[in-house]
Design a protein around this ligand. Structure first.
Ligand SMILES: CCCCCCCCCCCCCCCCCC(=O)SCCNC(=O)CCNC(=O)[C@H](O)C(C)(C)COP(=O)(O)OP(=O)(O)OC[C@H]1O[C@@H](n2cnc3c(N)ncnc32)[C@H](O)[C@@H]1OP(=O)(O)O
Ligand SMILES: Cc1cc2nc3c(=O)[nH]c(=O)nc-3n(C[C@H](O)[C@H](O)[C@H](O)COP(=O)(O)OP(=O)(O)OC[C@H]3O[C@@H](n4cnc5c(N)ncnc54)[C@H](O)[C@@H]3O)c2cc1C
Length: 654
């Protein structure tokens, strides 16, 4: 490719990176258009330019040098500043544009309105009736109020049926009385609930006439709208520092006989009439809609976190020279080592595969939402199964990829100058929030078992599980050569996933036949079932990648994506590092593949991943700006260690 086509080339960059960029076989802007979608890719460039021009939106100092209080304040300052500019920069109705702006300005460590946009507004959109939307949704969108989603408790996060917070209907006064009756019933974890929010959608077990009717959503005012002081009958606070996300004030909440009007229960689906008559929702799990919304968006978010980590480590691997391949020549860039390529390239392929899967899960969510608005509940189960599997597989594999990317940077990867620690901490949180991964795998497992049952009854399941009805391959996969073409790879993939799903189903049947209860039999099979769910999801990701590549029109971009697809399918199938052949093909494009993610330095917040490659001089600057370097001798040293040493010296002279 002629150099002028590579949009990442700039004067004054580290020549090591310029050399890499000159090797690109494709136009990085065109690949960015595929990765993000051309509209979002263009908007991200425009957003980055707009931010460059507004200094108040820039970091005041690197986030790792800030205390927790400073981080919380910095995020609040930026949210406030953004509120003055946001409508000039993004289309607020476009989630992905808004999310990109947040990531570039505020970063990934959390901010006071994360949950407001990620769950509070979606829960109102999905569960409030029209009158309630007029009352709260419009105010929420205008940011007159800030809300969160308060579901998890100190004692229960996964098992929602056992939530202990109660909402008891009082017919006389037409009110609900909300209570946290035990220590374990305290709401615990909700993002931004500790200090920032003044409203929350609280999930509580509904009780009418002593009858327990399961978890429902209630609008609760937490703080006074003028003074921001905590409302009566409420105790609220921050839960303390976490592994990451420390710009966010995750909170606790205790409710003591708090009375709220009947109309504060969100009543689009389930309803409680004045006389206490309860009307069931058309689908029992519609109350879980905000969770499905976040799960469907988490896939692109985690593809992006993986992309952050890999672009840092790939660029740095082309700057770092260490050791020899030919002792007569210079030290090589560490990217030249086969082990380094095997460590990084399969994850680069996954980042692309996950981004495409994430775009698909958002598209499916939008289709389900529209069909639900038209009164059709049929797509809910499919979407729940798909997003449960994707959420679990992608967060886990992204975490693994980020950790490999960190290790690929050696010692400097462990310094917060690389920012890898925060990216990892934020990435792995996704394994836990929105449903613990192994639990979500089981939700997909239920769906797969149902599909197997229908195949056994002679029916033909459609959609993502259609392959379960195909005839199995007779011969062993040892005979199946993966380089016979992608269709063959996909068939091999289907074969493995189908075999595992049937194996788990048969095992379950065996336990059930042996007289065990359904629950006990299920528990005995969950390891097998989760394996099936994992394979099914990885199959979906691979098929989606394959189909997506077939759609690419630009031949140079298509060719490099095919190289990645080839690597992905082989890596996933054989579950070992890539073949030398794929590694050799990817190597010349490695930097350009990560440049195509068009992550700005401001967004990266990483010294190691700088676009210009001037790593070492900036590492030194970074070290000099450490708070600990502001005094030659630390006050704490004078207080403790110096007297200790002086004392020891005195003792030895005696
Ligand atoms: C600026 C723009 C922003 C845009 C968004 C950006 C997003 C990016 C991320 C931003 C940062 C986010 C920060 C972090 C936020 C974290 C928030 C939380 O964690 S919040 C807290 C998150 N907390 C959690 O995630 C808790 C996890 N726990 C749960 O979700 C549930 O308890 C459960 C699913 C495990 C079981 O539920 P249980 O009621 O015991 O049900 P059973 O097992 O008995 O199954 C019975 C039947 O129901 C079916 N079904 C179930 N669910 C659904 C569904 N959703 N639907 C449909 N169906 C469903 C199931 O398949 C089965 O069907 P069948 O086989 O009978 O036909
Ligand atoms: C960063 C972060 C942000 C969060 N934000 C929010 C928020 O805004 N609002 C909110 O309401 N909550 C929030 N949460 C809470 C989060 O949703 C829960 O922590 C999560 O759903 C997991 O539930 P748990 O903590 O009860 O885990 P547990 O269920 O206690 O998990 C512990 C272990 O038990 C296993 N396990 C549990 N049940 C089963 C089962 N049935 N079968 C097999 N194994 C099982 C799990 O696999 C896991 O290994 C947040 C959490 C984090 C980390």
């Amino acid at each position: 490719m002629s150099a002028h086509l590579n949009a990442a080339l700039r004067e004054g960059d580290n020549p090591e990176l310029t050399e890499e960029r000159r090797k690109a076989t494709f136009d990085t802007r065109k690949l960015a258009d595929e990765f993000f979608g051309s509209h979002l890719a263009r908007r991200r460039r425009e957003i980055a330019k707009a931010i460059d021009a507004i200094p108040e939106l820039h970091d005041t100092k690197p986030l790792p040098f800030m205390t927790r209080e400073e981080k919380v304040e910095e995020a609040a300052r930026k949210v406030f500043t953004l509120s003055k500019h946001i409508t000039d920069i993004v289309d607020l109705s476009n989630n992905r544009e808004t999310q990109s702006l947040n990531e570039m300005v505020i970063g990934i460590e959390g901010m006071p309105i994360s949950l407001h946009f990620a769950m509070f507004i979606p829960a109102l959109q999905g569960q409030a009736d029209d009158e309630q939307k007029r009352e709260w949704l419009d105010r929420a969108i205008r940011m007159e109020i800030i809300g969160t989603y308060a579901q998890t408790e100190l004692g229960h996060g996964t098992n929602l049926r056992m939530l202990e917070t109660t909402a008891t209907y009082d017919k006389q006064n037409k009110e609900f009385i909300l209570n946290s009756p035990t220590l374990t019933s305290l709401k615990w974890w909700p993002g931004n609930m500790g200090k920032s929010c003044n409203y929350a959608i609280v999930v509580a077990n509904l009780i009418i006439d002593d009858k327990l009717l399961g978890p429902h959503s209630f609008m609760v005012q937490l703080r006074d709208e003028n003074s921001h002081e905590t409302m009566p009958n409420i105790q609220i606070g921050d839960i303390g520092p976490k592994m990451a996300y420390n710009s966010s004030d995750n909170g606790f909440l205790k409710l003591s006989n708090l009375r709220i009007p009947r109309r504060n229960m969100l009543m689009k689906h389930a309803k409680v009439q004045e006389d206490g008559t309860y009307k069931k929702p058309p689908h029992e799990k519609l109350a879980y809609s905000a969770m499905v919304h976040v799960r469907s968006h988490m896939i692109t978010q985690h593809a992006m976190l993986l992309a952050y980590a890999l672009s840092i480590s790939t660029r740095y691997s082309c700057i770092r020279r260490q050791g020899y391949i030919d002792p007569k020549k210079d030290e090589v860039k560490v990217i030249e080592y086969q082990t380094q390529q095997h460590r990084l390239f399969p994850h680069i392929a996954r980042a692309y595969a996950f981004a495409f899967a994430g775009t698909e899960s958002i598209r499916k969510f939008e289709i389900m939402k529209r069909s639900l608005e038209a009164g059709n509940i049929e797509l809910i189960a499919d979407l729940h199964a798909l997003t449960s599997g994707l959420k679990a597989v992608v967060t886990y594999l992204a975490g693994q990829g980020i950790e490999q990317a960190r290790q690929a940077c050696g010692g400097h990867g462990y310094s917060m100058a690389s920012y890898m620690g925060e990216i990892y901490g934020v990435g792995i949180a996704g394994c836990t929030y929105e449903g613990e991964n192994l639990v979500m795998m089981q939700q997909l497992g239920r769906y797969l078992i149902k599909a197997v049952k229908s195949v056994k009854e002679g029916k033909k399941p459609t959609g993502y599980v259609a392959y379960l009805a195909h005839a199995g391959q007779r011969h062993s996969l040892i005979d199946c050569r993966p380089n016979e073409g992608y269709a063959e790879h996909i068939r091999a993939f289907e074969h493995i996933a189908r075999r595992q799903t049937f194996r788990a189903a048969e095992r379950l049947q065996k336990y059930e036949n042996s007289g065990l209860s359904t629950e006990q039999a299920w528990n005995n099979c969950t390891v097998e079932l989760n394996r099936a769910s994992r394979l099914h999801t990885r199959l979906f990701i691979a098929c989606n990648f394959y189909e997506r590549v077939l759609d690419v029109e630009d031949m140079a971009v298509r060719e490099v994506l095919e190289d990645l697809l080839h690597l992905h399918l082989n890596y996933e199938l054989i579950d070992i590092a890539s073949y030398a052949l794929e590694a050799k093909k990817i190597r010349p494009n490695a930097v350009s593949l990560v440049d195509s993610w068009e992550i700005t330095d401001r967004e990266h917040r990483s010294v190691l991943g700088r676009r210009d490659g001037h790593v070492y001089e900036n590492l030194f600057k970074w070290a000099k700006s450490s708070d600990l370097n502001q005094n030659d001798v630390l006050p704490s040293h004078k207080k403790h260690l110096l007297p200790m040493m002086l004392n020891a010296r005195k003792q030895s002279k005696l």
